[in-house]
Unconditional design. Structure first.
Length: 276
């Protein structure tokens, strides 16, 4: 029978006089994995910001409109669109819009210039921008978190769907790196958010899943194993700007190993997420 101490030592850092801790190469690999995950998350977010502005036609209302070769003030102006001409909005990148003229020229225009255009019906053009109201009404959320899993480093990716303003379901996968053992945790959770309209919004979670543990070294009676896991937790979402939020949470996990031998694991993590 494994004791609680044995299970926790699989992940907990070791004293310098004892066995060695994770080497620098392992930590560098973990950092690269986290950076790649963040870059992929950013790419998905950038695609989501195209929103409803794509393929919309507008009419230039000012004296002229400057088109640049790229989405930034450092790119040169290569074409000027005159008043009264119609352009098509192809896509958006933060505060820059890629547009096409009737003659087929394509370039980038600043948001402040685009806001001076008119709709074909003559109304003022409005470009939607996510705000805290969208945060409280969000349907989908996805993010990457890093933290501590009973002394081991953990990297998590999750995706959630809001069934109501106060209740959402989440699916998450975590990779845990310990000194003696690595683990993969997959879980599904229900999250209750009592104050969805708050900029700093607390939540409570209840989940279940499985944990696959793979020992790195030879220990007495230690082999690869898959066990059921349950968790309760609490956390907070902090709305930053547009579609970005910061998320921090704590979870208490129970690993069901037998009638008289359930093990408790404490986990905390923090990271960035986006919603849409």
């Amino acid at each position: 029978m494994r004791s609680t101490t044995t299970i926790r030592l699989l992940f907990r850092p070791i004293d310098p006089d004892g066995m060695c801790v994770c080497n620098v190469a392992c930590r560098a690999i973990r950092l690269r994995v986290f950076v790649v995950a963040l870059l992929l998350l950013q790419c998905v977010f950038m695609r989501s910001t195209l929103a409803d502005e794509a393929m919309v036609e507008v009419v230039v209302a000012g004296p002229y409109l400057e088109m640049r070769t790229g989405p930034g003030r450092g790119y040169p102006v290569f074409h000027v669109v005159d008043r009264g001409e119609t352009i098509t909005v192809l896509k958006r990148r933060t505060d820059w819009f890629r547009v096409r003229t009737r003659k087929g020229k394509e370039g980038w225009v600043r948001r402040d210039e685009m806001e001076q255009t008119l709709t074909p019906a003559g109304g003022q053009t409005r470009f939607a921008e996510a705000d805290i109201g969208d945060f409280s009404r969000r349907r989908w959320e996805a993010g990457v978190l890093v933290g501590d899993f009973e002394g081991g480093d953990t990297i998590s990716a999750y995706a959630g769907y809001a069934m109501t303003r106060n209740l959402s379901a989440e699916l998450s996968v975590s990779q845990v790196f310990g000194n003696f053992s690595d683990a993969v945790v997959g879980s599904v959770s229900l999250l209750a958010q009592p104050f969805p309209e708050w900029r700093i919004s607390p939540f409570f979670s209840l989940g279940t899943g499985v944990i696959y543990t793979d020992p790195n070294v030879t220990l007495v009676d230690e082999t690869d194993r898959t066990e059921q896991i349950g968790s309760v937790g609490a956390g907070v979402r902090v709305y930053l700007t547009r579609r970005f939020i910061v998320r921090a949470e704590y979870r208490n996990h129970v690993i069901f190993q037998g009638k008289d031998d359930n093990q408790e694991i404490n986990e905390w993590k923090v990271g960035f997420a986006f919603f849409f």
